[in-house]
Design a binder for this molecule. Structure first.
Ligand code: CU
Length: 156
């Protein structure tokens, strides 16, 4: 079925092109799994992140480039729900308060800069950081952030 295969390859190429020119719009975190961009694509860094029941985000420090889409591939290696929330200190505090108000009962919803990852699952979050600087990642399931479930992200 050669024509079908070619069509599929073309679709993947279009997808990859769309990703690399996406500008500031993050990919929807809830999108169904799609074809991965070619491994050779240097324009789309993929950062593997693990969330653990030891209340840690690993690695605890990450460095990412500014001005291009970066995909965080986030795996929850634990047995309870964890989150991966990107934001500066103020945004982390805001998210912390939101979770407190919800009594910790609400499942974190996927947002442009945040995903909730169920135990054993892997989710992707693609963002473009416009400028160099620093950013935090945190999990705001009650008690986790305070216990140190956070990571420093350097954008350069
Ligand atoms: Cu957590």
């Amino acid at each position: 079925m050669r024509p079908v295969r070619l069509a599929a390859l073309a679709a993947i190429a279009v997808l990859a092109a769309a990703c690399s020119t996406g500008g500031g719009s993050p990919a929807p975190a809830s999108a169904a799994p799609t074809a991965r961009p070619p491994a050779a694509s240097a324009a789309a860094p993929r950062i593997e992140v693990t969330l653990t029941d030891a209340l840690r985000i690993e690695p605890a420090t990450m460095t990412v480039p500014a001005g291009m889409p970066v995909t965080f591939v986030v795996t929850n290696a634990g047995t309870v729900l964890h989150e991966f929330v990107l934001g500066d200190e103020a945004e982390q505090m805001e998210h912390e308060e939101e979770m407190m108000e919800g009594g910790g009962m609400s499942m974190p919803k996927d947002e442009p800069m945040a995903i909730g990852v169920e135990p054993g699952r892997t989710k992707e979050l693609t963002v473009t950081f416009d400028a160099a600087g620093s950013m935090l990642a945190g999990c705001h399931v009650i008690g986790h952030y305070a216990a140190g479930m956070q990571a420093d992200i350097t954008i350069e």
